[in-house]
Design a protein around this ligand. Structure first.
Ligand code: ADQ
Length: 483
């Protein structure tokens, strides 16, 4: 059996250059953690962009950078500033991201973006072609690299290729509006296995393949050029133990190591012990429904004024894609909404919304998850939504209420949460009231089911199931050829 090659837009390490020396710091994100079992030892290689454009890379440090990456099992794809503009900020985040999240009106169909996307996908494919050998297994990740499977297959049909999409695949009626729809489908069909978070995304993809390419589809297999391509759903989990253990350690060391952040949360609890904390955490992205959530919160406070001074909403938004105009507009809208609602409803003793626009260290995320009575997550569309799973994992005494949008992929696995339609303010106001008043036994009962499921189907199991399905596909293919 050959080696495994993982390929994603960004590498799972961050480069730091100081005084002519290079440090590659491993990332702690969900994907990097989940792939640990797949990306281990000298048997695997992770290919991706290092985060530095050619213009930002001092030529004399090229060799040192390659060496630092190699020590972490990584190799880089070189991209210039123009590539990043057209491929990442352009086609990936101004065409595909809005379209696949059903924001048709935000999707820009620019030929220049498309051409750069294609040429950058070719650069990624070339890096794989150069580094791969017969029998290798290649796992391609996400919407930035949808043309890579076919580009690799053309030159390396003797490898096994899997693709996983981390965002939704939209319904045929949305997908068909894309000018380069056939090319995207054909790019993906270079894979042996294509994975999605949910059965619905899988179904939408199969329907687009059937209707746009006229290919034969039987159950979850597509037949093309004497090949069978398997399509399946693999809902991504989290590193349950990491979140649960961090929350346990947080409790045990409570009096010794309290962060400034925790001290502020404690002060809040002490000064208003019967006030409920409602938490929401997202990247600042229009797909996450932050502005609607703020409007729904105002609606709730006006419909049920008895809860004024009795609840506080903490909005934590991580800066994201701030080069894209839609994100700048959204930032402005949220700043104004928070200002207006706080201005209108605050009292001497109470500010309804605490708003943080920043990335926080892991410890502070744990402070927030463990201190909040309710997590309120209202994406308008979300491939999965890992924050919902992380909140539940940190509830060591099993209390806490999760209110989750039906439009998040995670809602399919989290039926015991309070599921809402983020466009229905009346329902959300009533659900907030239900959450505030939910008896402890009911909270514990619901969260016991959720925790058991999340612990069992964690991110490592997710990665292994995908790899096993890909290997099984290859072994079946071999048996078929030798018969
Ligand atoms: P995202 O859209 O980024 O991921 P999500 O799945 O919720 O959304 O993951 C966000 C991650 O960032 C979480 O692990 C969270 O802890 C972390 N995070 C959030 N706010 C933070 C902050 N202020 N500081 C530090 N960390 C923060 C995409 C898709 C999702 C899909 C994932 C995985 O859009 O639908 O679930 O990929 O496939």
């Amino acid at each position: 059996m050959g080696k495994t090659i993982i390929i994603s837009n960004r590498l799972p390490v961050q480069l730091q250059i100081s005084n002519g020396s290079i440090n590659a710091i491993p990332s702690v994100g969900g994907l990097a953690t989940g792939m640990k079992s797949v990306h281990s030892g000298g048997e695997s290689l992770w290919i991706g962009w290092s985060g530095l454009t050619d213009e930002e890379t001092p030529p004399e440090l090229e060799g040192k950078i390659d060496q630092a990456l190699k020590e972490n099992g990584c190799a880089k794809v070189k991209l210039n500033a123009n590539d990043i503009d057209g491929f990442y900020y352009g086609f990936s985040n101004r065409t595909v991201w809005p379209l696949f999240h059903y924001f048709l009106e935000y999707s820009e169909f620019e030929l220049d973006f498309w051409e750069t996307y294609r040429s950058v996908n070719q650069k990624f494919a070339d890096a794989i072609i150069e580094k791969s050998e017969e029998g290798d297994t290649i796992w391609v990740h996400d919407y930035q690299l949808m043309l890579v499977p076919q580009m690799v297959r053309e030159k390396r049909p003797d490898t096994s290729i899997g693709f996983f999409l981390h965002i939704p695949f939209p319904s045929y009626e949305i997908f068909r509006t894309l000018p380069w729809r056939e090319e995207i489908l054909e790019g993906l069909l270079g894979s042996d296995l294509i994975g999605f978070h949910t059965y619905d995304y899988e179904r939408h993809f199969l329907s687009s393949v059937r209707r746009l390419l006229g290919l034969e589809v039987s159950f979850n297999e597509i037949y093309m050029d004497n090949r069978a391509i398997k399509v399946d759903s693999f809902p991504m989990g989290i590193d349950y133990k990491k979140f649960h253990d961090a929350a346990l350690a947080h409790e045990q060391n409570y009096n010794e190591e309290r962060s400034d952040f925790q001290l502020r949360l404690d002060h809040h609890k002490a000064s208003a012990p019967d006030t409920k904390l409602i938490l929401s955490i997202d990247r600042l992205d229009y797909s996450k429904g932050i502005a609607k959530r703020l409007n729904a919160f105002e609606y709730f406070l006006k419909k049920y004024p008895q809860y004024q001074e009795k609840v506080r909403l903490i909005i934590l938004a991580v800066p994201s894609r701030s080069n894209v105009p839609q994100y700048q507009l959204l930032k402005k809208e949220i700043d104004e909404l928070v200002g207006r609602i706080n201005g209108e409803l605050s009292t001497v003793n109470w500010t309804p919304i605490w708003y943080f626009y920043r990335s926080l260290p892991f410890e502070n995320l744990i402070d927030l998850y463990t201190s909040s009575d309710i997590a309120w997550l209202t994406p308008l569309r979300d491939g999965m939504n890992l924050v919902a799973k992380e909140y539940i994992a940190t509830r060591t005494d099993k209390t806490g209420v999760l209110i989750l949008s039906e439009m998040a992929g995670s809602a399919y696995e989290m039926n015991e949460a309070l599921l809402i339609n983020p466009n229905n303010f009346e329902e959300q106001a009533n659900t907030l009231q239900q959450a505030i008043n939910m008896p402890k036994e009911e909270q514990i009962n619901r969260n016991t089911f959720l925790q058991n499921r999340l612990e069992r189907y964690n991110v490592e199991v997710w990665a292994n199931e995908f790899m096993n399905a890909l290997n099984e596909k290859r072994d079946l293919g071999r048996a078929f050829v030798s018969e």
